[in-house]
Design a binder for this molecule. Sequence first.
Ligand code: FES
Ligand SMILES: [Fe+2]
Length: 330
Amino acid sequence: MSRFEHPLHNHWHVVALSAQLGEKPHATTLMDEEIVLWRADGKVVALSDRCTHRGTRLSLGWVENQNLVCPYHGWQFASTGEVVRIPSLPPERPVPAKACAQRYHCVERYGLVFVCLGEPTRPLYEVPEFEDGGFRMHLVGPTPWQTSAARSLENFMDETHLPWVHPDMLGNPDAIPVVETREVEEKPGEFYFECQSEVSDRIDRTKKTMNRLTYHIVLPFTLYHENIYPNGDRVIDLFFTTPVSRTRTVRYMVVARNFALEQPSERLITFTEKIWEQDRPLIESQRPAELPLKWDDEMHLRGPDGPSIVYRRMLAQAGMSQFPVVQALV
Ligand code: FES
Ligand SMILES: [Fe+2]
């Protein structure tokens, strides 16, 4: 029986940037599971980062002939997880089948590497604009935060904090809006809502516009957001929070825009990093770090907190509350 039977195990999570995978194996962690990534024949492979021989970290090893070599006694792991060479055994001795390493589903898309520890129940989020030449793309992250993935995701969809935490960037502190009840469209495992917000232009901060902001949340930790300017300019964010452990997460975001195509993306990346750094100390201060899913665990305001009420209810109904803590081997 698989160890990965929690509902959160059956979803894709981002574990690295494609650009982080070079010649050497790359170590990452997803839901307390230590994983090693490398490329074999150009394709990304994800295996448990524990040698089946003596538990050494395989990510300390190297890649040879598309295989991953354990640095302790030189066992070679193929992309299937099978051990294809044990140097200390004569070639005629068969490799024990039990030596095979745990392998995970792994795909690469949008410059990101996704892993699913169990069986994926939903496909990756599709964004046709990312394949459209009329958009210019960039990535933000990996940005680690000391909180849960759910707290981090809820922060992204929280509308009423914008003028308080991001004055003059994502909201106007001199005209705090009263937030009406949002219409939230629900489907199994996902929901959608939109709102208006006074936003500073990402290039020229002195310009302000009333923008339409759309939010499509797909459980557990994917959020598709559009920031639509009155003149038709669009910024698309595909945002992911990765559950590294119950209280550690990493943010990744794929961004596409249909304006200022000739301009480099550095200023936009700096803008987002500044916004995230304004949020980070507040979100890391929230207690408990894990998102409380019982209705009366925290205070909710009908209207302003509407989307997060839906998010918490849907996570609870899907059994996507805290994943089991893995007892580390000491
Ligand atoms: S611990 Fe990996 S080969 Fe011995
Ligand atoms: Fe924020």
